[in-house]
Design a protein around this ligand. Structure first.
Ligand SMILES: [Zn+2]
Length: 107
């Protein structure tokens, strides 16, 4: 008995299918990346590997409309997602209220 796993003979699921996205999402992703082979973040020329919703579908953006998609590199997709999370939490800088002085801070 071997402990090797048959990677070469098994089609690996794409990250999107591994995450439970369906065929409609995969088709949308493929169409977006076919249209945008390079990252659309200003000043970035990296290959686009992520299809991003310009208007997040959780915020009402069309989930499978190619016009609401853009190709981004992994790094800029992470940046955009982090900015969206910060925005949802009530502040572009990621804080919803001013920092309070630490009780032990010297004035
Ligand atoms: Zn980029």
């Amino acid at each position: 008995m071997t402990r090797r796993r048959p990677f070469a003979s098994v089609a690996r699921p794409s990250s999107s299918s591994a995450q439970g996205y369906g065929a409609a999402h995969r088709a949308w992703r493929t169409a977006v990346l076919d249209r945008d082979p390079f990252c659309r973040w200003p000043g970035c020329a990296a290959l686009a590997t992520h299809a991003d919703h310009i208007v997040p579908w959780r915020q009402g953006g069309a989930q499978f409309d190619v016009a609401n998609g853009q190709g981004l590199c992994a790094g800029h997709h992470n940046v955009k997602t982090a900015l969206e999370v910060a925005s949802r939490r009530g502040g572009g800088a990621g804080r919803s209220r001013p920092r309070e002085a630490h009780p032990g801070a010297v004035p």
